[in-house]
Design a protein around this ligand. Sequence first.
Ligand code: ZN
Ligand code: ZN
Length: 353
Amino acid sequence: MRAAVLEAHGEPLSIEEVDAPDPAPDGAVVEVEACGVCRSDWHGWQGDWGWLGLETQPGQILGHEPAGRVVAVGDEVEEVDEGDHVAIPFNLGDGTCPRCQRGHSNICENVMPLGFIETVQGAFAEQVHVPVADHNLVELPDGVSSVDMAGLGCRFMTSFHALAHRADVGGGDWISIHGCGGIGLSAVHIADALGANVVAVDLKDEKLEKARDLGAVETVNAEDIEDVPGEIKAITNGGSNVSMDALGIATTCQNSVASLDAHGQHIQVGLTTQDEQGMVSLPTDAMVMQEIEFIGSLGMPPTRYDEIFRMVSTGKLEPEKVVSETIELGDVADKLEAMTDFETVGIPVIDTF
Ligand SMILES: [Zn+2]
Ligand SMILES: [Zn+2]
């Protein structure tokens, strides 16, 4: 099968013929119909996240936002059948640890991050193998295409879990979203659908325009405005109730915390780069004095996908609006390159393999 293979960190991915996967006894093989290209792939391509134990090695196939059709299942698989139209969460769980048993397989004790480790090759390929298929695969409802679904995962799912489950977002709350890449734009759209007033922050006007299209009531261009938290406090008359760092650099994290009103919730979704290596300094005394919460959020447990599907079926959420373009497998190296300078708007989705 054709696959985009990592040869060396930062070097263009190589399109190669590789062996198609066979299903493990508990696994399934999915023919990939669509797969989003995400900043996490960019991090994997750069060789980041060694501090998380996730430094990719040569030979890795990236790609963690796939949807497609099941073409083979292992002997022990009971609930998944050939022909099923499925989505694949990016943080695969073992289905048996205490966290998975409690419904939190997005933070499984033995989490298998799709496309980041040798034993779980990703979906920049014609086919992808999914371990523990009964637990991990999510059947798509009628009317949700693979491209729609690739737009939904992982960034849309991640933003939904952060805003709907981890933070306490209420109607009329002010929410600031720092960074309007795929996660940030998804968060703008979701926060708007949940009834909040969204202030979107980015360095690029075209991303802020897209944020307005998706429901932001105010935007702040951080290139033009030095004191971003001050600007947000002025717009919101005191500060945001919830604020998200959707990028994961020190500036966006610190600006997000500093944008909050008393009792505000900062939600950290972006993972950091080589500059921070997971460490960002924060104004802890001010956070104590104002009883500010700092919340981490990762992906979304597959058991809760139905909540999004219900909002999609009634038109409250339109994930396809965040999909910027469809591309072919051979274009993925260029897309990753463009992400270095933050030149992609929205979510590019591969639909031709
Ligand atoms: Zn992703
Ligand atoms: Zn688990």
